[in-house]
Design a protein around this ligand. Structure first.
Ligand SMILES: Cc1cc2nc3c(=O)[nH]c(=O)nc-3n(C[C@H](O)[C@H](O)[C@H](O)COP(=O)(O)OP(=O)(O)OC[C@H]3O[C@@H](n4cnc5c(N)ncnc54)[C@H](O)[C@@H]3O)c2cc1C
Length: 238
């Protein structure tokens, strides 16, 4: 059950590599009773130590309510001194964590073509969203990865076109920006979901507005900010 602060306590039961730059952490336990996920791509705050501050946002990649068990996919990044990165180096089955959430206002609008832009931190959300799209839906997913073998294409009943951009040493989000510029004008039946480095996210938000995305149809969030710990994007559509 959640404690008085709305936290749920859980225990790591497995950690495995799902790509060379992504590790899947499975968390389970009776402390997750009452935790529930109402839409794909929702996220939690993950607390890996006893501090009430210092949680990091992570997406619920999968939630198995019958087993009170959830997966989060954690992308590795070059800054190895982050709180989660350091924790992951020593985490193992039995490690205790707390979660707060989940939340997110994003919902796919039926009948809308979905344009998904993100780096590897948003790939768990994009994968969960794509997996839940119904047959007949249309989506375009543009993902920035650090290395060519980090491709992880989620299955879907929908008609999904994937584009994978290997960013190498380029500024984070630069490829996503270029791809977004190719979008052209939005029609009333386009919808966008974006998660990436905060400076790029801000520019993409402006591009989508200029392209004519109606209010409520573009969901854009800075998932992290270069040089900033525990970044929270004040302009986000979390
Ligand atoms: C709604 C939401 C959902 C998210 N879901 C996921 C998810 O499912 N999986 C996931 O891996 N991440 C996800 N993120 C991003 C994650 O919260 C951040 O990357 C977070 O900063 C990681 O914490 P940390 O302890 O590693 O680094 P921090 O302690 O926050 O930062 C330490 C340093 O690392 C840098 N840094 C942080 N992230 C990156 C990065 N990706 N690339 C390069 N440098 C970075 C910072 O700029 C800082 O200099 C999500 C973010 C949001 C807002």
């Amino acid at each position: 059950m959640a404690d008085g602060y709305g936290f749920h306590e859980g225990e790591v039961t497995a950690i495995r590599e799902v790509s060379p730059s992504m590790r899947r952490v499975t968390i389970a336990g009776r402390g997750l009773a009452g935790f529930d996920v109402s839409a794909p791509g929702q996220w939690i705050k993950l607390f890996v130590d006893d501090s009430p501050r210092g949680g990091r946002a992570m997406t619920v990649r999968d939630w198995r309510i019958d087993r009170l068990e959830l997966d989060i996919d954690i992308a590795s990044h070059p800054t190895s001194d982050g709180l989660v990165g350091r924790w992951l180096q020593s985490a193992a089955s039995g490690s205790r964590v707390r979660l707060a959430g989940p939340r997110s206002t994003f919902r796919h609008l039926p009948g809308h073509k979905l344009h998904l832009f993100g780096d590897e931190t948003a790939l768990p959300a994009i994968s969960a969203i794509v997996e839940h799209l119904p047959s007949g839906a249309e989506a375009f997913a543009c993902i920035e990865i650090r290395r060519p073998d980090a491709v992880l294409e989620a299955a879907s009943m929908a008609d999904v076109t994937w584009r994978w951009l290997v960013c190498g040493t380029e500024t984070p989000g630069a490829g996503l920006l270029r791809c977004c510029r190719e979008l052209g004008c939005a029609s009333g039946s386009d919808q966008a979901f974006v998660g990436c480095e905060a400076t790029a996210a801000r520019e993409i938000r402006q591009l989508l507005q200029a392209a004519g995305f109606a209010p409520g149809t573009a969901h854009v969030s800075g998932y992290w900010k270069a040089g900033a710990r525990e970044h929270v994007d004040a302009e986000s559509d979390y």
